[in-house]
Design a protein around this ligand. Sequence first.
Ligand SMILES: C[S@@+](CC[C@H](N)C(=O)[O-])C[C@H]1O[C@@H](n2cnc3c(N)ncnc32)[C@H](O)[C@@H]1O
Length: 203
Amino acid sequence: MAEKPKALPQAMRPSGVAGRIFAWLMRRQNKPAYDWTVKQLRPVKPKSVLELGFGTGDVLFEAARRLKAKRLVGRDPSVLMVHTAQKKLGRFRRKAMLDIALGDDRRLADGPFDAIVALHSFQFWEDPETTLVRLHALLSLKGRFVLVLRRRPARHAGWLPNPLSRRADEMEAAIAAAGRAGFVLSGQKRIGQHSHGLVFTCG
Ligand SMILES: C[S@@+](CC[C@H](N)C(=O)[O-])C[C@H]1O[C@@H](n2cnc3c(N)ncnc32)[C@H](O)[C@@H]1O
């Protein structure tokens, strides 16, 4: 008999009742990172925002509410997260162009974007070098790319699909890979216990 495929960890593919609980906890824990990210985007006054791995959709929600972005695009491989974010963002349907759909770092949307953000999803990108090159091509010349890395002990990283996230020096490796893709680091900050935020310009 064929073996049942192994379910992916909730952090990588939130689903079902456990996924709802996980998403609730994640949202509470990541609120400081959402706020910091939106603050980094404010100087750009982005009209268009792409988020990769948007989860509950809170950053896109705040980009619509606080920054008045007019094009909100998100890609996430979790059906549960797509439904959750679509529902949350529905109230902006008349004010902004919404494109919240299934996808991942290999299935992106057409640019250009004034802002690109990815919070705690980098660890799941299988081929980060290629994704970073693609994101660089999608960012408008004066745009910003905000990448928030999940901080964790290296001993918990062995299962992650991203080879850079499996390294003890993930942050330095991510900055170097972004540099090879053409990005220039313009700021960074440790955000609470769990996150490290990086801000890049197009270079
Ligand atoms: C830990 S959650 C973080 C969600 C949200 N950004 C936040 O900070 O609350 C990771 C998210 O990345 C998504 N994801 C998993 N693999 C991905 C990939 N290859 N590309 C983009 N997103 C991915 C998951 O479905 C999930 O919604």
